[in-house]
Structures are given as C-alpha cells and as structure tokens.
Design a protein around this ligand. Structure first.
Ligand SMILES: [Zn+2]
Length: 406
C-alpha cells in the first residue's frame, strides 16, 4: 500500500518543515518537497493545514486485560491510543494473571496479537506476584517479549530484592522501571516517592543497571534524577500531564483528581516544568489508568486511584505548555515520541526515510472542549474534563496502515 501525505509541516530533527512524505511497505519511503502525486499512490491525503509527527509513544498505560475487562480492554485501549495520536504503548503488569513467567505473559500477548490496532509492548513484572515483595518473577523467560521490568503500582520494598532485580535485568539487557513508593510513609508524604528514588539511583549506580523512574511527581525526585545523571548513572524518568497542569492546593473533592502518586504542590509542579526544560525529565507518559464510573464516583476518599490520559495528553500539553510559550512544539514531540523510542528501544520516534510509518497528523488549529463522552476508552474519569484545548488528531497510521481518521 502506497500513501502520499501532501503539503503538511513535517517533524524533522532540526524542526518542522513543509514537505511531502510518501509511505510504502509500511515504511517512510521519501520525504521531499513536491513529490509527484501521479505516481501510483493508492491514497493521496492533503495535509496543508496540519502538522505531521512521528506517532506518539506512551511508556506507561494500563489496559486492564486480562483480568479487568470491564475497565478497559486491549481493543478499547488501543483505539483510545490511536485516537490520541499514539502508535506505540507499553502496558503495565498489574493484570490477572500478572505477567510473571512465559505462560502468564502469553495470555496477554495472545490478546494483543488478536485485538491491538497500535503497537503494544508489555512490561513483565519484577516479582513473582507483582507485589513489590517476595521473590523475583521468571524474568529470563519473559525477556524477549517485554520492553522492561516493573511492579508498577507497588514499590519494591527491600533494597536487597531491588538489587537482585537490577542485576538480573542487566544480565538480560533490560531496564528496571520503578513505581517508587516507600510504604513506611503515606502516599501524600512526598518522601514515599523520593526516598525510593534516592535508594534506587544509588543501587543503579552500584549495579551499573539502566533504570527509569515512573511518574515523577515531586521536586526532590527531579533533583535526585538530575544529580544521578550528573554522576553518570544510567537513569531516566517520566512525568505525567496532570502533574504539570494541576497542584494539590486546587484539587476539588472528585474522584477524577485521584491518582497515585497524588497531585503535589505548586512548588513541585514548577520543579517538574524546570526538569522538563533542562532535560532532566525527558519523557511524558500518561499513566492511563481506566476504572468504571462506579469505581470513580465516590469523591476523593472513596474512589480508586487512577485517571485516563491517552485521548487528552497531546492537546492538553500543546495548549498548556507550547501555546503558553513554556516549551517548543519540537520539544513536546521529543518528550512524547523521540525520547521514549530511544530510551526504551521502541519502534517509531522518527520520520526519516526507512523508519516505520508510525505517524500522527494533528490539526493544531482545532479548538474544542474535552468531553469524556466522546472517548474511545471505556474510562471516563479525567481531571481534564471540560478543559478548552487546541490540537486534534486528524489521522494516525501504524506501519503505513490508517488506524484512526477524524
Ligand atoms: Zn505507578
């Protein structure tokens, strides 16, 4: 199948340029000015008013299948991803069964093969029951089919267990990805996060292991990662859109503002933005975590942790960060596509000739109010509900195949 996207602003490492891009056999075939459209294309799409970027990549989503299909499935989650401009996502292992060995991982990869419309690369669990405690999972048996190892949702409590996990991951050429939560403190206490970030960075240094911190929410964590990088540790981190837009001082008593880690102070929010600007935080992930309406209706005290994010991340960040002059559009593309592809060795993140044709076409002029009733996700609970934003996905393409069209 040969497709030609004509006249759009195309993301290149040195910035956006108005060009044409042709796709053949699932790959970027040519990027140039004025490609002849009478050249055997099955489809020619005018993109004059649109921006064309490498498909977004989310290294932190919960698709809930197998085990919790009433919250989300591989099919609905991947449709939400496509609608949000995402072409590759990495799914967290808090499933039933959790991927802890070859057999349990296969339950999930069989469904992915059948139902996914974007690239889905699962994580394997660190521990044998994905609890942050006990003994290690069968990491070796899963290594070929997982992006990395994590017990997301649970911090690994014992230093010795984390150290073992790092040594095993390293021997398999994989990264340890950590939800940092020291259970000696309540989650509202920022120490619950940064205490483990501090411990893990020293363990990563000692064990010479590649290490990534999930959903960084505190200023102290940003400082620790910055210092770790300065000391030569192979450490990276992500934050999520909600931590960059809201702070704890302004949170209404509604389940759609409840997630773990929680929203922190305005000072933390400013520290996260500073971390993005100086490159300490090189990835933005959504932590897309759908629940049923019933599970999120109980106000702050009685709702489950987690909000969805795939269908709002780009427009929210474009509106709140790029349009307000905090970061450039190019930097946003790096945070949401180029950097996660590089750090996690995932497909995409580039529109150079020969790259997989994983592409998002975005209409940056489109202005609308976020309405969860229009979502493809089964989840509806988002702190961004009702927010006025710019930027709408026009088309998403995975390996040259159109998986979403406005
Ligand atoms: Zn987490």
């Amino acid at each position: 199948l040969r497709t030609l996207l004509k006249g759009g602003m195309i993301y290149m490492p040195d910035g956006f340029r108005r060009m044409d891009i042709s796709i053949a056999e699932g790959k970027v075939f040519e990027v140039a000015g004025n490609i002849n459209e009478n050249n055997n294309y099955e489809k020619v799409i005018r993109c004059d008013n649109f921006f064309i970027m490498p498909g977004l990549i989310d290294v932190h989503v919960h698709f809930r299948e197998p085990g919790f299909e009433y919250k989300e499935t591989i099919a609905t989650g991947s449709r939400a991803a496509a609608r949000g401009g995402y072409t590759t996502v990495c799914t967290m292992p808090n499933l039933k069964p959790a991927p802890v060995d070859e057999e349990t991982l296969k339950v999930q990869t069989d469904i992915i093969r059948k139902d996914a419309i974007v690239n889905i690369v699962p994580y394997g669990a660190i521990t044998s029951n994905q609890s942050g405690r006990g003994r290690l999972s069968d990491m070796q048996a899963m290594a070929d089919d997982v992006v990395a190892f994590t017990d997301d949702g649970k911090g690994v409590q014992k230093d010795t267990l984390m150290s073992q996990a790092m040594l095993t991951a390293k021997s398999l050429g994989k990264m340890i990805v950590a939800h940092c939560e020291d259970e000696h403190y309540p989650t509202e206490d920022p120490r619950s996060e940064w205490n483990q970030v501090a411990r893990d960075i020293s363990l990563a240094m000692m064990n010479d292991c590649a290490y990534h911190v999930c959903h960084v929410s505190t200023g102290e964590s940003v400082d620790l990662v910055r210092a770790g990088k300065g000391a030569g540790v192979d450490v990276s981190c992500e934050t999520a859109p909600h931590y960059l837009v809201f702070s704890s001082e302004e949170v209404p008593d509604e389940g759609r503002f409840k997630m773990n880690p929680p929203l922190r102070t305005a000072k933390d929010k400013a520290a996260l933005l500073a971390g993005i600007k100086d490159g300490t935080i090189e990835i933005i992930a959504t932590d897309h975590a759908p629940h049923s309406a019933e599970e999120k209706k109980g106000g702050f005290a009685d709702s489950l942790f987690g909000v969805i994010g795939l269908e709002t991340a780009f427009p929210v960040l474009y509106t709140q960060l790029v349009k307000k002059g905090e970061i450039s559009l190019e930097h946003l593309v790096q945070l949401m596509s180029v950097n996660p592809a590089r750090r996690f060795s995932l497909p995409g993140g580039s529109l150079q000739v020969g790259a997989p044709a994983d592409i998002a076409v975005i209409d940056l002029e489109a202005q609308y109010r976020i309405d969860p009733q229009t979502f493809s996700s089964k989840g509806r609970s988002t702190p961004f509900s009702g927010m006025e934003v710019f930027g709408e996905t026009v088309l998403t393409m995975v390996a040259g195949r159109i998986v979403y069209e406005r």
